[in-house]
Design a binder for this molecule. Structure first.
Ligand SMILES: Cc1ncc(COP(=O)(O)O)c(C=O)c1O
Length: 452
């Protein structure tokens, strides 16, 4: 996805992109340590949001369990929870990735998340449910501690049918929002850039979601969605760039992961750091998860945002600081990547401000490596990934190479501890149409200069 016109305006006056490492400006894979990183305690103490808000979000998910079980029977065995498996990678694959089989490598398999097959459901479904709850409580359709499964009944559908949900998306947030909105009876409208993947648009149209296409990039599509929602009193806008609800929906994933780690007897502490590779677009999903993990594990969770080499919007925003929004265009990059979910030129300022001192670092990865790791993940572990979702593998390899080359940083030190566990968050792909997945695998076999 590219935009001919950089949309974010002028760079911050006090920010000099020349201070970015040459590899970042040159679009080469980089391991970047966040200079604003603070201890988890210091950073969390400064935030207005913490354990209580994330716990409340977990309670809201739990209240909706019976409804989700009813709407999506595949979630019923887990009581309507939308959570993914924690997978242990085979030793040979670990060796291929890190150069040694010493440290376990886990996969948090959100590429196979129930209902939508992508991480964005954690935020998108949560926010639609939050809005539905608001409407239903106001209309007296449920009590706060009542039976939320009733919200699948005709009366609730009639209520929701008078309202619409509007969102701008690279594809997966729109799908997640569209699925739950339509299942509850809302009208749904998704704004996307014209070069977003056409199969993602078709999938939405099949759900009777209105898809509005825009010239320009993702930022343009979000702005258009915001404007469209503002014109309709019955429209509710889900703001991928600014939504606390989305952020909290994602944050709950940390508690799900903590339970799985405990069940598998995997320690997380100073001697056993957990190195997390989190694919990052606008930042909501990896940012919310970072907050949740730092609340639970403190500094033992080492959170790394993974971005395409030509779209490192969170890296440039964290480097520039929280005062003003900057974009990858301001850094001389073109936001061109085949990882459509990560093709974002300007990070969410809400997220950048929230996690600016929590994030340990960023890793940038080339498109070519996304295809290669998607192919390895399929052939060696049976994981069906879209390019964005393979970014965590590519990033782990970048970190391992940097360590091998003798680079030194707190992140490398933590990742090299004998007790460290590496965790790759795979974020989408299970529902890729076969033809699309075949294309991903074919790209991995293509000559180097044929990668888009
Ligand atoms: C597959 C995939 N991975 C990761 C992300 C990144 O999430 P966020 O944009 O919230 O940073 C997205 C966003 O759409 C995505 O579709």
């Amino acid at each position: 996805m590219i935009s001919p016109e950089p949309p974010s305006g002028r760079p911050a006056a006090d920010w000099n992109p020349d201070r970015l490492p040459p590899d970042v400006r040159g679009g080469r894979p980089t391991l970047w340590s966040n200079p604003r990183h603070r201890t988890a305690k210091t950073a969390l103490d400064r935030l207005t949001l913490g354990h209580r808000e994330v716990r409340d979000a977990g309670s809201r998910w739990a209240r909706f369990g019976p409804l989700l079980s009813r709407l999506f029977p595949e979630t019923a065995p887990a009581g309507g929870r939308i959570d993914s498996r924690l997978i242990h990678l085979p030793a040979a694959f670990q060796r291929k990735l890190l150069g040694s089989g010493r440290n376990p490598v886990l996969v948090k398999a959100d590429h196979d998340l129930p209902v939508t097959g992508c991480i964005k459901a954690r935020g998108g479904v949560y926010e639609v449910l939050s809005h539905a709850e608001e409407l239903a409580l106001a209309a007296g359709l449920v009590e706060p501690d009542g039976d939320y499964a009733r919200l699948a009944n005709d009366e609730a559908r009639r209520l929701f049918g008078g309202h619409s949900i509007v969102v701008g998306s690279t594809g997966n947030l729109g799908f997640s929002v569209g699925v739950i909105a339509r299942a509850l009876g809302f009208k749904a409208e998704v704004h996307m850039s014209s070069d977003a993947k056409s199969w993602k648009k078709d999938r939405l149209r099949a759900l009777a979601v209105k898809v509005v296409e825009h010239e320009g990039d993702y930022t343009t599509a979000v702005a258009a969605a915001r404007a469209a929602a503002a014109r309709d009193a019955k429209a509710y806008f889900i703001d991928d760039e600014n939504s606390l609800r989305l952020f909290l929906g994602y944050a709950v994933a940390a508690a799900d992961l903590a339970r799985q780690l405990a069940a598998d007897d995997i320690p997380v502490d100073a001697d056993h750091p957990l190195i997390l590779y989190l694919p990052c677009g606008v930042g909501g999903a990896p940012g919310g998860i970072t907050l949740g993990l730092k609340l639970i594990f403190g500094d033992a969770a080492v959170c790394l945002m993974v971005e395409p080499v030509r779209s490192p919007c969170m890296l440039v925003q964290l480097a520039a600081g929280p005062a003003r929004s900057v974009s990858v265009y301001d850094a001389g990059l073109d936001n061109r990547t085949d990882a459509d979910g990560l093709a974002v030129a300007a990070a969410s300022m809400l997220v950048a401000r929230m996690i600016g001192e929590l994030v340990d670092g960023c890793i940038t990865v080339e498109d070519r490596s996304l295809y290669e790791w998607a192919s390895h993940a399929w052939h060696e572990a049976g994981l069906r990934l879209e390019p964005s979702a393979a970014a965590g593998f590519a990033a782990a390899a970048v970190l391992a190479d940097a360590a091998k080359a003798g680079a030194r940083s707190p992140v490398i030190e933590a990742a090299s501890k004998p007790g460290a566990t590496h965790l790759i968050w795979t974020t989408g792909g299970q529902l890729l149409p076969q033809q699309e997945f075949d294309r991903v695998l074919a790209q991995a076999r293509a000559p180097v200069d044929a990668t888009p």
